[in-house]
Design a protein around this ligand. Sequence first.
Ligand code: 5GP
Ligand code: ZN
Length: 113
Amino acid sequence: MDCLFCGIISGEIPSAKIYEDDIVYAFNDINPAAPVHILVIPKVHIASAADINSGNSDVIAHIFEVIAMIAKEKGIDKDGFRVVANVGENAGKTIDHLHFHLIGGKKLDLKMG
Ligand code: 5GP
Ligand code: ZN
């Protein structure tokens, strides 16, 4: 399997690491939409949020713990932030490895759709 984000996790492809443990890897988005724009991804290859199930949702729970921790560390937890997971063509998802965008550090556009 040829996956860009698996390559980032393995270190084959360089990235600006924010946090790493046995389950998740977090790094700066290469094309940030806001002052804070971090991608939080599972180390196990899950294709998208449409592939979350009872067999892997423990990983997702942990990802959200890490998101809360990073938001605090970055000082955006009080002012607010957004967590986004795009799925498929209609949402503009480009990379087939589940990733949660953690976006903040400014007043965000309220248009969701
Ligand atoms: P999607 O549209 O699939 O939800 O988001 C993919 C995100 O990955 C985009 O925000 C894009 O800027 C980011 N991205 C794509 N390629 C790379 C890369 O090689 N390194 C990093 N750090 N981010 C990437
Ligand atoms: Zn992958």
